[in-house]
Write a protein that binds this ligand. Structure first.
Ligand code: COA
Length: 163
């Protein structure tokens, strides 16, 4: 399956907000927070569409404070009917590629301790668990696992289309 990745635009938000509440349940960000996230000057959000189709089927976000050398994966989501074909990894690689191009040398993220699929994906992409935050996800009272990956300096980078 082929997917087209592009920078997220404000017009992508309604679909992303619907997906967010469907996929993350009680952990979902509010629509206001989603707007703030995408609009933030240090954010880099990417959306994916199945080739030739208009509907967003996945998204991911990165935050890099310029000059810090450090990035954070803010979120990653793939619609249920597009999972298991490599899109999650594609989105994550696009974010890591952007981080590398911005001079980032280490990237952090937090993931629910009970999210085995996401943890496996992150481990597959080189992330290592370095810490935990007890009861971070409420009201479920689930711990967060903090993960980190070290990036090698950019040699080649992936270009994501800008519409
Ligand atoms: C986590 C998520 C983004 C993965 O997306 P995906 O497109 O299905 O993932 P991919 O197909 O790219 O799979 C990449 C890797 O993830 C792991 N993975 C994917 N599906 C898996 C499953 N059902 N069981 C175990 N591991 C799985 C594997 O390591 C896989 O690599 P492999 O195919 O080489 O074995 C998706 O399940 C999702 O959106 N979940 C809900 C939101 C969420 O939890 N986001 C993460 C927040 S931190």
């Amino acid at each position: 399956m082929t997917f087209y990745l592009s920078r997220a635009l404000l017009e992508d938000l309604p679909t992303m907000i619907d997906m967010e509440s469907e996929l993350f349940g009680s952990d979902a960000w509010s629509p206001e927070l989603m707007v703030a996230e995408i609009s933030h000057p240090h954010s880099y959000y990417v959306v994916a569409r199945p080739d030739g189709q208009p509907e967003v089927c996945g998204y991911g976000g990165l935050r890099v404070v310029p000059g810090s050398g450090v990035g954070d994966i803010q979120t990653l989501a793939v619609a249920a009917n597009f999972r298991g074909v490599g899109l999650g990894r594609l989105l994550l690689e696009a974010l890591l590629s952007q981080a590398r191009s911005s001079g980032v040398r280490e990237v952090f993220l937090e993931v629910r301790a009970d999210n085995d699929v996401a943890r496996a994906l992150y481990e597959h992409c080189g992330f290592v668990a370095i810490d935990s935050r007890v009861g971070y996800y409420q009201p479920d009272n689930v711990d967060a696992i903090v993960m980190r990956v070290e990036l090698s300096p950019a040699q080649t980078s992936l270009a994501v289309g800008h519409e």
